[in-house]
Design a protein around this ligand. Structure first.
Ligand SMILES: CC(C)(COP(=O)(O)OP(=O)(O)OC[C@H]1O[C@@H](n2cnc3c(N)ncnc32)[C@H](O)[C@@H]1OP(=O)(O)O)[C@@H](O)C(=O)NCCC(=O)NCCS
Length: 221
């Protein structure tokens, strides 16, 4: 598969971005993955984005000081990072991004998400499904165009989910966290219920940056 890998810095972390062309995927490319047998039933486009994500993840792990191969796939679809490391993967339309860091007192988990910007028509539906009424009101009061604000809130919740999941170990919905502040390139999310080991009311910061037609969010625990 044709890919182009490049690192970039975001919120104090080095992220690895892989631009890829799914049409150039060759079935033999998948043998690079130790878990290739698990993805033979995926549609080719899905195989391509998965592979691109793992190429980015392997580069991120090397950068973080691990010589482990690309992470395998967990029971809940989560990437299986090597002992002592945490990380996160996202992919959208020809772009995959990954980050990996050593787990220590400063970093217990990390989540990233990249979303294509919603438009005026799709934003209300996504907002209805992913945001409380109070959050929608808060987003309408920001200086961001409403579809951008909704994309941002949605993406921040996905990043939070990915960061928390390795410790919470069970899926949880969008109602479990609420956007409580949004200023500059940061927003705060508060848990509306306990997600063991995290108590109700725990607050997390999401960082974000815009891209052409998309945005990226990152939550570090
Ligand atoms: C899992 C989920 C967050 C993935 O996000 P997405 O926007 O669909 O897709 P992205 O491209 O950004 O991310 C996909 C990658 O996320 C990673 N991922 C999937 N499940 C995961 C989990 N349980 N924990 C951590 N990472 C996970 C995988 O690496 C996946 O890529 P892969 O399947 O090729 O390995 C999303 O599908 C989901 O289930 N969301 C509902 C849960 C949620 O967000 N709740 C909000 C809580 S406030």
């Amino acid at each position: 598969m044709q890919t182009q890998l490049r690192p970039f810095t975001f919120a104090g972390h080095t992220l690895f971005r892989v631009d890829f062309d799914p049409a150039t995927l060759h079935p033999a490319d998948l043998f690079w993955l130790a878990h290739h047998a698990q993805i033979t039933r995926f549609a080719p486009r899905r195989q391509a984005e998965h592979l691109a994500g793992r190429i980015a993840a392997a580069a991120a792990l090397r950068h973080a000081g691990s010589d482990s191969p690309a992470p395998g796939i967990g029971a809940h679809r989560e990437p299986l990072w090597p002992q002592g490391f945490c990380g996160s993967i996202t992919h959208t339309a020809g772009v995959a991004i990954a980050v990996a860091v050593k787990r220590d007192n400063a970093t217990q988990g990390i989540g990233i998400d990249r979303e294509t910007l919603l438009d005026e028509r799709s934003a209300p539906d996504i907002a209805e499904g992913a945001l409380h009424a109070g959050e929608r009101e808060r987003l309408r009061q920001t200086s961001l165009p409403y579809p951008v604000a909704v994309t941002l809130a949605f993406s921040a919740k996905e990043s939070l989910f990915k960061a928390l999941f390795p410790q919470v170990k069970t899926r949880f919905g969008f109602e479990c966290a609420q956007i409580v502040a949004l200023a500059g390139h940061q927003l705060q999310l508060r848990l509306t219920q306990p997600l063991a080991p995290f108590p109700r009311g725990a607050v997390f910061t999401a960082h974000w940056q815009p891209e052409q037609n998309a945005l990226i969010t990152l939550v570090r625990l």
